[in-house]
Design a protein around this ligand. Sequence first.
Ligand code: HEC
Length: 298
Amino acid sequence: MADKKQQTPPVEPFINWSRIPKNWIWVSVILANLSLVPLGVVYAHRNLHWRQPRTSIIPDMDNQYRWNPQQYDPEFKDGRVMRNWVEGTVPVGMLHEDDHLYRGIEGERFATTFPDEIQIDNNLIERGENRYQIYCAVCHGEAGYGDGMIEKRASQLAISGNHRGLSWVTPLSYHSDELRARPVGHIFNTISNGIRTMPGYKSQITVEDRWAIVAYIRTLQLSQWTPVTQVDQADRERLLKQIEANRSQAPAMDSEAGSEQAGSDAEMTEGTQPEGDAPAAEGAMDTANQAEADGGNG
Ligand code: HEC
C-alpha cells in the first residue's frame, strides 16, 4: 500500500470540489444571484414608471417643493397659487407716463400728430401693413372698406337667418369723411381699447405696432382719397393727361352704358366715395337685429 502511494503521487485537480465545504457552494451561488440585484434596480429605475421621483444618489437640488400653474392651495385665502400683483405696483420701466405715446392723448384731446418716438418712414408703414393684415383685414377688408371675410360670412349668416340669435355690426369703412377726420390719437385709442362693438387689441399688439397700423390706415385712406393739393405738379399733369386719354377712349369703349356711366361719374366728382356694400350690409344688420328681437320673444 505504501509503495503504491509513492509511485503515483496524486494529481491535485485545479478545484477539488470534494474539499470545498458544501455550504460555501450554496453561499456563493446566492451571492452571485444577489449581485444582480443592484443591476436590476438600476434598470428598473431608469426604465419603469414610478410614482416617486427617481432615486438620485447626489440629489443636489433636483427635487424641491413647488406649485404648478393654476394650482389650488388652501394656504392662500383665495386658494390661488398664482398671485396677483399687489395693487398699485408697477413693474420697472412700465409706468407709461407719456400720454401721447401710450394713450394717443395730448392734453385733454386725442393727438392729431404721431408721437416723437415714432419715426414715420417706409419701414413703419410696411410693418403697419403686415400687422393690419393679421389683425384687422379679417373684418375691415384689405383696403379698409369694411368688407373682410368675417363681415362677408357674418352678413351671409344674418341674411340666411342661420345666426343662432347673434347680431353682427358691419365694421366701419375707413373711407368716409368722418373716419378721414379722426385724429391719429383717436384711431390709436380705437386699436388699444376698442370702440362700441369692436374689441381692443392692446394685449396683442405692442404700442409701436399700434402706431404703425395707424400710419397704415392713413396710407389706405390716402390711397383711396388724395386731395389734389397733395399731388405734386408733375404727377398732376401726368394724371390730367391720363384722364384726358380715358375720356377720349370712353365713348368708343362702351357707348351703350353711356348714361349709367355718366351718372356714377357725376356722383364721384361730387365727392362721395363709392361704398357699394354699405346699403346691403345695413340691411343685413337690420335682419340680424330683427331676428335677435324675435328670438328674445320666443
Ligand atoms: C372682429 C371684427 C373687427 C376687427 C378684427 C377689427 N375691427 Fe375695427 N371695427 C369693427 C367694427 C364692428 C367697427 C364698428 C364698431 C361700431 O360702430 O359699433 C369697427 C370700427 C373701427 C374703426 C372706426 C371707429 C370710429 O368710429 O372711429 C376703426 C378706426 C377701426 N375699427 C380700426 C381697426 C383696426 C386698426 C383693427 C386692427 C387692429 C380693427 N379695427 C380690427 C370690427 C373689427
